[in-house]
Design a protein around this ligand. Structure first.
Ligand SMILES: Cc1cc2nc3c(=O)[nH]c(=O)nc-3n(C[C@H](O)[C@H](O)[C@H](O)COP(=O)(O)O)c2cc1C
Length: 326
C-alpha cells in the first residue's frame, strides 16, 4: 500500500485513515488492534478539562476549615487524571508503531500549558486540542470564542515542540478566517469537524434524552464544503476531514476537497475494525481506475473553485432545485 502514504501535521502516515478521538482509542490494547487492522495513526480519547474541573469543584466546600486539605485533593484529582493519561500515551507508544496523537478538550488556557508539556514528555507524536463548547451568554461578544482558540493555541505552542493540531466545531461564523489565524499562531493542522452531543426529547416520558450518537454519510457534505473552501484559501496548513466519512469513496472526496487525511469514528463503532481495510481497498481501486499513483496527485483537485460564476461549495440555496420543484 505504498501509494497511500500521506503527511499530516508534519507526521508521515502509511495511509490517510486516522482513528479519531473516542472510546475506541482509550486503551493501548485497542490501539494495537486498530494498528493491526490498518490504521495510519491514532488520536487518543480526549482528556477533558471540564470534567476534571467539575470534580475539583465538587470537592470544594466553602464552609471547610481546612482549605489546604481541599487544595491538596483538587491537585490530586488533576494529577490523577493526568497520570492516567500519561500512562495511556506511554503504553500506546510502547505497543504501536504508527503515530499516537494525544487529545485535550480545553476551555481555558490556564491548566493546559503544564499538561501539554507533560504530554509531550510522555512521547506523544502530536497534540490535538479541541475547544468544543456552545456559546449562549446573552452578553457574549462576537469573536470571543474564536479568540479563545487562538489564546489556547498560543499558550500551548510556547511550551511544546510537537505539532499542535486544532479540531474545530461547526459553530463558527467563518472557519476560514480562524484557520488563517491558527496557522499564523503555529497550528500544524486543523480537523474539520468535531461532533456535538445531540440532544433530543422523549415526548412520552417528557424526558431529555441523547439523540443520534453516530454520524451518517449525510454529514459528509458539511465536512467537504469547509475542507474545500478553507484549503483553497489557506493552503499552507494540513487538513483532516472528520464527520460522515463512512466508506472509501468518502475518503476520496475528502482528499479531492483538500484534506491529506481523515479522522473516523462512527463507521468503526458501527462496522468494526475490519472496515479500515475495506475503505483503504476502495481508495486504492479508485486511484487505480483514475491513474493516480500518489495521494498528492489528487489532493485538492476539487477544492472550492468558481466555475462559470458558480462556486458549488459556497452555494447556500437550492435555487435550481426549488426552481423546478412545485
Ligand atoms: C462516542 C463518541 C465519542 C467521542 N469522543 C470524542 C472525544 O473524546 N474527543 C474528540 O475530540 N472527539 C470525540 N468524538 C468525535 C469524533 O472523534 C469524530 O470527530 C466525530 O464523531 C466525527 O467523525 P465520524 O463521523 O467518523 O464519527 C466522539 C464521537 C463519538 C461518536
Amino acid at each position: 500500500m505504498n501509494n497511500l502514504k500521506t503527511t499530516f501535521a508534519g507526521l508521515q502516515l502509511k495511509n490517510p485513515i486516522i482513528i479519531s478521538s473516542s472510546g475506541l482509542t482509550n486503551s493501548a490494547s485497542k490501539n494495537k488492534k486498530l494498528e493491526e487492522a490498518g490504521a495510519g495513526a491514532i488520536v487518543l480519547k480526549s482528556l477533558f478539562e471540564e470534567q476534571i474541573m467539575l470534580q475539583v469543584e465538587q470537592l470544594q466546600d466553602p464552609t471547610s476549615q481546612y482549605p489546604e486539605g481541599e487544595e491538596y485533593l483538587s491537585g490530586y484529582v488533576r494529577l490523577h487524571h493526568l497520570s492516567e493519561y500519561i500512562n495511556l500515551i506511554k503504553e500506546s507508544k510502547a505497543v504501536c508503531n504508527i503515530p499516537i496523537i494525544a487529545s485535550i478538550n480545553c476551555y481555558t488556557n490556564a491548566e493546559w500549558v503544564d499538561f501539554a508539556h507533560k504530554i509531550e514528555l510522555a512521547g506523544a507524536d502530536a497534540l490535538e486540542i479541541n475547544i468544543l463548547a456552545v456559546q449562549t451568554a446573552p452578553e457574549y461578544k462576537y469573536g470571543e470564542f474564536e479568540q479563545r482558540h487562538i489564546d489556547i493555541l498560543s499558550s500551548i505552542k510556547k511550551h511544546v515542540n510537537i505539532p499542535v493540531i486544532v479540531k474545530l466545531g461547526t459553530n463558527l461564523t467563518n472557519p476560514v478566517s480562524l484557520i488563517n489565524q491558527l496557522y499564523a499562531n503555529g497550528a500544524a493542522a486543523v480537523v474539520l469537524f468535531n461532533r456535538f452531543y445531540q440532544p433530543d426529547i422523549n415526548i412520552d416520558k417528557m424526558e431529555y434524552i441523547s439523540g443520534e450518537v453516530f454520524s451518517t454519510p449525510a454529514d459528509l457534505s458539511t465536512t467537504i464544503r469547509w475542507i474545500g473552501i478553507s484549503s483553497a484559501e489557506i493552503d499552507k496548513i494540513d487538513y483532516a476531514a472528520s464527520g460522515g466519512i463512512h466508506n472509501g469513496e468518502a475518503i476520496v472526496k475528502a482528499i479531492l476537497a483538500g484534506a491529506t487525511a481523515v479522522e473516523i469514528c462512527s463507521t468503526i463503532y458501527m462496522n468494526g475494525n475490519a472496515i479500515i481495510q475495506d475503505m483503504l481497498g476502495r481508495v486504492e481501486s479508485w486511484m487505480y481506475q483514475k491513474g493516480f499513483e500518489h495521494i498528492a496527485q489528487f489532493k485538492g483537485l476539487m477544492n472550492a473553485k468558481t466555475i462559470k460564476g458558480v462556486n458549488m461549495f459556497e452555494r447556500t440555496q437550492f435555487l435550481k432545485y426549488f426552481g423546478t420543484k412545485e
